[in-house]
Design a protein around this ligand. Structure first.
Ligand code: ADP
Length: 180
């Protein structure tokens, strides 16, 4: 686990399940274009949220790589779910820019809805094949660039599936903080 305060905002990485973040006001879904259940993160979120989430998502689909939409949390312990479609690595190009757009758009929707705390999974690093370390650099670089513009979001958590992924993310953060 890594926790740091940067420019008045808590930035954290921890091991866990994105669908079980009861202390976060919003969670981010690594969605598919149709905003359906699917596997990985989307499967875990839709299972925990119940069928009402797919129903609310239906008229919002399809979305394009880099886009994000917001819905309620339904049976999840969170008020909101922000659904991002990450790029398929080296298929949806430019993959780094499209991945950065996911984080930018998710933060913008969070701010628009006065969200105080937000948990991200590692978008695109499962079925979409984005190498974890490159994805972590894009994710944190984008989030850290956005920090000065945030006013309602005070707590950002990255929820990773394995301890190894947490260590890798913590190293990327330390490196980026060192560069600034
Ligand atoms: P994508 O289709 O965007 O690649 P995936 O859901 O397949 O999204 O995976 C994204 C990342 O989330 C992967 O690193 C995967 O190991 C991880 N992951 C899968 N399920 C969960 C979960 N329930 N909570 C947190 N992370 C998860």
């Amino acid at each position: 686990m890594m926790k740091r305060e940067i420019q008045g905002i808590t930035l954290e990485c921890r091991q866990g399940d994105i669908a079980r973040q009861s202390d976060m006001q919003a969670i981010v879904n690594a969605a598919n274009a149709q905003l359906r259940m699917g596997g990985g993160v989307a499967g875990a979120i839709h299972r925990a949220a119940g069928p009402g989430l797919e129903e609310e998502c239906r008229p919002l689909a399809p979305i394009r790589p880099g886009q994000a939409v917001i819905t309620g949390g339904h049976d999840l312990p969170n008020d909101y779910v922000i659904h991002c479609l990450g790029p398929v690595y080296q298929v949806d190009e430019p993959s780094p820019e499209l991945l950065a757009s996911c984080y930018q758009n998710a933060l913008r929707l969070a701010e628009d809805n006065h969200v105080r705390s937000l948990a991200f999974p590692s978008i695109s690093t499962g079925a979409f094949g984005y190498p974890m370390e490159s994805a972590a650099k894009v994710a944190f670089g984008t989030v850290m660039d956005a920090l000065p513009r945030l006013s309602s979001v005070k707590h950002i958590r990255f929820v990773l599936f394995s301890e190894g992924d947490v260590t890798l993310h913590a190293e990327v953060v330390e490196h980026l903080v060192g560069l600034r």
